[in-house]
Write a protein that binds this ligand. Structure first.
Ligand code: B12
Ligand code: SF4
Length: 473
């Protein structure tokens, strides 16, 4: 990592503390922020000096922030601080902003990322925040650093004479290949730690190769909007080459919302990766309605070993209510074909969507057992800022709390029309336990043990279930 005496901008990614309870305590993961890395690489390419202080990747908790910040940056002059935040870290991000404003009053503080993009006015109410960047940040931030008049910069919210002004939305970047390659030396990439069960080889890193999603799911916070822009297969390969040859990365976790939405792009990528001779394992996410057996076969050959599918529910009515635009038949087809191709299927399921009943939740468990994916991930429906569900709940005054620390799927945020929160929690545990602790699943896992890593996955997975069995929450 480079330490400079003068920085035009220091990006800060707050630490995301995994709270006690539910299943997350047992299965930790951490990665760099692809958005912040892209911003810093872009800004540096324009001859400004940007650095990243990624407290999440480095596991620097809030109470250790000042000590670590001073150690690195006490003698560095910094013109701008750029803090990236989700809803779950916004309270901490604002406390950090207050601290920096007090100690470095001459520096300007900019916030960006999922939460500030969804709630710019709310974030700007904090006295320490000078500017909020809404949505994709590269071009907007460059204009700020160049000193353009704020009123002429699209895609920001700022204060003028105590009043908050929001400019017109920024135009989206149409060609992601024009962005400079990510400069991975800006982050300690080797500290990345993937979720247990989602990798075959270490070290691992994440990569995002597209921006935006054409989907309209009501629970999803769409930071970069509905337009979908993708890097070309060649560009993806260039990113992987840097990770592979300069940072020794052997596992890539694609964090695109829907990596395989474009059949031609993905197939070309697979061909290029196979021709390159690099031996990398990789995983990605997809919608269930974008699955083709011939593409899956190519993906498997090129090193893909797991696909995460946003299933959410097996009930057609609930799927309609959340505007998922998929059917039960799509789900069964995608998971079956994925397994047939020799790729693991990881499935996400939600509890507490509009229309859910106890019977539906029971049927979801039955369907999961029948379909038998390799990994399931259960979440309690949480209306995240930036999602339609959140906007509707605001309009209807049905939010139980606006304490953002509670928006991590552990607390009741909107009352459900028929299920109590306790019932939802009960089904959360029941889904995990009845899926993972059934003999068929356990036996199949024992037979899959062909390496130390597999054994570790099984043991960690088993122990992560114990709190669900014995603890009240
Ligand atoms: C990769 C990813 C992760 C990674 C990395 C997170 C990170 N710090 O970036 C990991 C796996 C660690 C992660 C974890 C979580 N994530 Co996440 N994650 C994503 C994902 C899939 C892609 C983000 C991404 O890299 N996009 C590509 C880049 C280029 O875009 P970007 O990040 O938005 O960055 C651009 C702009 O936002 C802006 N920008 C961002 N930061 C800043 C800062 C400044 C100063 C400026 C000027 C601009 C700016 O410029 C960037 C470049 O254009 C998004 C979904 C999505 N499509 O956005 C969810 C998403 C961001 N995650 C989400 C959630 C809920 C979580 C978790 C809580 C999940 C969990 N239960 O554990 C945790 C907590 C994260 C945290 N640290 O707070 C939600 C956040 C919703 C919200 N309202 O806050 C999202 C939007 C998913 C969703 N659709 O609901 N996540
Ligand atoms: S849940 Fe997935 S498919 Fe739906 S809008 Fe969000 S990213 Fe797109």
């Amino acid at each position: 990592m480079h330490l400079h005496k003068n920085l035009d901008i220091l990006f800060i990614v707050p630490h995301y503390p995994v709270k006690n309870g539910l299943i997350w305590k047992a299965i930790e993961y951490r990665f760099h922020s692809p958005g912040v890395l892209s911003l810093a690489s872009y800004i540096n390419a324009y001859n400004f000096k940007a650095a990243i202080f990624d407290c999440n990747l480095e596991q620097i908790t809030e109470n250790k922030f000042t000590e670590n910040f001073d150690k690195r940056y006490a003698d560095t002059s910094i013109s701008y601080f750029g803090i990236s935040s989700s809803t779950q870290t916004i309270n901490q991000a604002l406390r950090i902003a207050n601290l920096l404003k007090k100690n470095r009053p001459e520096a300007k503080i900019i916030l960006g990322g999922a939460h500030p993009s969804a709630m710019p006015e709310n974030v700007l109410k904090n006295d320490s925040v000078d500017i909020v960047v809404i949505g994709e940040g590269e071009e907007t931030l460059l204009k700020i650093l160049k000193g353009d008049n704020l009123s002429n910069i699209r895609g920001i919210a700022y204060k003028e004479n105590e009043r908050i002004k929001i400019t017109l939305p920024a135009e989206r970047l149409k060609n992601l290949d024009l962005l400079p390659l990510n400069d991975y030396s800006l982050v300690p990439i080797n500290l990345s730690k993937p979720l247990i069960g989602t990798y075959r080889k270490l070290p691992a890193a994440i990569l995002v190769t597209s921006r935006g999603c054409l989907g309209t799911c009501t629970f999803c916070s769409r930071v970069l909007g509905h337009e979908l822009h993708c890097m070309s297969p060649g560009r993806i390969l260039e990113e992987i080459k840097t990770l592979y040859y300069h940072h020794n990365i052997r596992q890539i976790i694609f964090y695109d919302d829907t990596f395989i939405s474009n059949k031609t792009r993905i197939e070309e990528f697979c061909t290029l990766l196979m021709q390159s001779g690099m031996k990398v394992f990789w995983t990605c996410s997809s919608r269930v309605d974008k699955v083709y057996p011939d593409t899956l076969a190519k993906m498997k050959k090129a090193g893909c070993h797991q696909i995460m599918y946003g299933v959410e529910s097996f009930d057609e009515n609930v799927l309609k209510n959340i505007d998922k635009k998929i059917t039960k038949a799509d789900i069964f087809y995608a998971i079956t074909e994925t397994k047939k191709a020799g790729i693991e299927a990881r499935v996400s399921i939600m509890i507490g969507n509009p229309g859910d009943t106890e019977l539906i939740l029971k049927n979801n468990i039955k369907a999961l057992k029948k379909l038998n994916p390799d990994i399931i991930q259960v979440t309690l429906t949480t209306p995240l800022p930036g999602s339609c569900m959140f906007t509707d709940a605001m309009k209807n005054n049905s939010l139980v709390t606006c304490d953002w620390d509670k928006y991590e799927g552990k607390d009741c945020i909107i009352p459900h029309e028929s299920l109590s929160f306790d019932t939802m929690l009960r089904y959360y545990k029941k889904t995990y336990i009845s899926f993972y602790l059934r003999p068929r699943f356990l036996f199949s896992q024992i037979f899959k043990i062909n390496s130390l890593l597999r054994l570790q996955v099984l043991i960690t997975g088993f122990f992560s279930m114990l709190p669900l069995l014995f603890k009240k929450n």
